[in-house]
Design a protein around this ligand. Structure first.
Ligand SMILES: [Fe+2]
Length: 253
């Protein structure tokens, strides 16, 4: 099954990218850890996803399982064990690093206070991936971002193109994020319509203005690689963007 998937992804990547690899590339946002959130469901799926990512040229990934009190009560220690276990099972050809995707609500203040946030050290920054509620803005979002900055973290907003309320008020919302010095992450699949027309337009608008600090597969299912990630990577490649060059030396090294 894995061999078959690898061949399918290779065929798609050859067709859309013109060759089989982008590489070396690192993913910044994905849900590869089996069974810890709404991402991949088994070790077999995780292996298949990693095979597919390797076929696209990825050499490693920053794993960002959801941490969302009451929904995904993942604890840093348990996640670290799960990453260690997965790394042993997949071998050294694909390197895993652990961060998380934190849901922004009041509980994040306590996590900052406890000083146990899963973050990724990159070029002197401590990157913390955060997601806003999808349907309506969080009243504490700005405060959370400011508190993260004061605690020495660099907040990165996950899939900025997907919040409808942000798209409706794009210029002032983006200006506010810039003022707060929040970095923006976009999902690669958004470039080709994985989440519909609105996110696609904003992802392309942000790409054209070079406002995206980090690109992520936000992978939840293996099939998304062929359907959205490979064609999305082709859009980035046509526009001469490299995938997350800041991660290559600092994380992979
Ligand atoms: Fe995610």
């Amino acid at each position: 099954m894995m061999q078959e998937l690898r061949e399918r992804v290779l065929a798609v990547s050859k067709r859309v990218l013109g060759h089989s690899v982008l590489g070396p590339a690192w993913d910044f946002h994905c849900h590869l850890l089996p069974g810890v959130d709404d991402g991949l469901r088994s070790l077999q799926e995780a292996r298949a996803a990693i095979e597919g990512m390797q076929a696209l040229g990825y050499r490693g990934a920053v794993l960002t399982p959801h941490i969302y009190p009451g929904v995904y009560d993942n604890l840093p220690g348990q996640l670290q064990e799960a990453v260690h276990d997965l790394q042993q099972r997949v071998g050294d050809d694909f390197t895993l690093r652990l961060a998380a995707e934190y849901f922004v609500d009041e509980s994040l203040f306590e996590a900052i206070e406890r000083d146990d946030l899963l973050h990724l050290p990159v070029l002197g920054h401590k990157l913390v991936l955060v997601e806003y509620p999808m349907l309506q803005p969080s009243s504490c979002a700005d405060d959370v971002m400011l508190t993260l900055k004061q605690a020495g973290y660099q907040p990165v907003l996950a899939h900025v193109e997907r919040y409808r309320y942000l798209r409706w008020d794009r210029d002032s919302q983006l200006a506010r994020l810039q003022q707060l010095d929040v970095w923006l992450q976009c999902d690669i699949g958004s470039l080709v319509g994985q989440y519909g027309r609105g996110p696609q337009q904003l992802a392309r608008w942000l790409m054209e203005r070079d406002l995206v600090a980090l690109w992520g597969t936000d992978l939840h299912r293996v099939e998304q690689l062929q359907r959205y990630v490979a064609p999305g990577l082709a859009v980035l490649q046509r526009n001469r963007f490299r995938i997350n060059p800041m991660l290559i030396d600092s994380v992979a090294g």
